[in-house]
Design a protein around this ligand. Sequence first.
Ligand code: C5P
Length: 232
Amino acid sequence: MSGRPCGLIAALDTPEVAAAQRLSAAVRPSCGLVKLGLEFFAANGPAGLRALGDVPVFLDLKLHDIPNTVAGAIRALLPLRPRMVTLHAGGGAAMLRAAREAAEAAGESRPRLLAVTVLTSLDDAALRATGIADPPAAQVLRLARLAMDAGADGLVCAPPEVAMLRAALGPLPLLVAPGIRPAGSAAGDQARIATPRAAAAAGADWLVVGRPITEAADPRAAAAAIRAEIGG
Ligand code: C5P
């Protein structure tokens, strides 16, 4: 193990408030945060988030726009008190710095800003087609450094990137890893996966798990089993 504590985040990928409430209550004992993304936010907006009560939320909106617009979006989100918000490192240093400045208005309880580097849905060829000749791992590291230098608190990264980023960037960045599959569960559309134990051992601070929990016959038990696997 890496010696770092590792927490569990359940990804509630649903547009339905009632389903999110049900799942959130079920996983709460084992999960430090629940993740809500664009699907839920587009369907329900801030009211949907408020309907979940005081559950700590990781808001995965992957913001990417000019600095002024992203700063405005962060300011608009602050009353919802999300614990973490994602934004694209590819938006550049000025965008990331503007986001951090906007978040600072909330003081100590400000949302932590997590940068997304290269979407795991992009393979070598798809990345090349965007004009990036480097292999994905090199681009991930370049954008990770840029993001951390510009005030991000951490990074969203695929399991195979966790150890590389931890070794390159040291202990400070929060590393949050989706693409987690307990041994024996279906990979689905995730290609670069790791077990909860392996991702925690590589140095991740948080694991994001969706379908292995939400599609389990007993989501509460599924979350508890993963929590037990990563120690806690
Ligand atoms: O169901 P599954 O465990 O694959 O869900 C993983 C969650 O993490 C989803 O909400 C997905 O949008 C998100 N995610 C991901 N890969 C990334 C970034 C986010 O799977 N690179």
